[in-house]
Write a protein that binds this ligand. Sequence first.
Ligand SMILES: C[S@@+](CC[C@H](N)C(=O)[O-])C[C@H]1O[C@@H](n2cnc3c(N)ncnc32)[C@H](O)[C@@H]1O
Length: 235
Amino acid sequence: MELTFGDLYEGMTRCTLAEVNRLAPTVGTILDLGAGSGRMVIPLASSGHRVVAVEQSGPMLDALRMRLSSLSPGPAERVDVRQASMSELEPVGIVDVVLCVFTVISYCLTEAELGRTFTVAAAALDNAGAFLLDVPDRDVFSSMDIESGDLIRELSMTEGEPGLFEYQEHTVVRTADGPIEYHDSFHLRCWSVEEVTRILREAGFASIEDVSERFPGLGARYFVARTGEVSSTER
Ligand SMILES: C[S@@+](CC[C@H](N)C(=O)[O-])C[C@H]1O[C@@H](n2cnc3c(N)ncnc32)[C@H](O)[C@@H]1O
């Protein structure tokens, strides 16, 4: 991802960390839905937060656990890793912030699945807590070829029914021992802001704030949703 997106990737991590620290200014508990290999988990735990990392992919969890094993015991012990689908997650108790960032909502292919994921997020928050999510722009669902350092990536996106894309990837990494090839393919949905805000409301989020101005040039709109109403002076 660093080789593919360059400074944009680092900027996205920086903006997301700043937003989480704004939402939970003293250290708190963060539920990271679709945590991947820990782009947010590692810096959050390193800065003192407790993190519940939810990820359904075994290989991504292996990568996350490997990264956690190289952390010092303090931050590593603050991370609770759960292999589960975010839309079927058993209750984790009340947390301060729920994160669902970097295209994670696009892995929900139906309104029912997105609704269940938002219901899981709402159930983990009291009225003071916040749900930070991104809604990727339509441009993100475009084919592209990337050559960067020792990496060559061909990403193809094919739209079937409107809004539903087949993602196919063919990547080659040049290493000292020869090239390593990687193929992947899965579906993604491009959700509109209108659909996402409606489904958030149906899941019990009463206040939805557009915070995209704090995430400039990152190819997505960002929202902070809360289950309680928030007056403008509290934001
Ligand atoms: C593009 S990555 C984003 C990872 C991370 N949130 C980040 O910011 O770097 C999307 C991740 O969501 C995970 N994912 C997709 N659907 C999921 C689901 N239903 N439950 C849990 N994780 C899921 C994928 O396996 C993948 O690791």
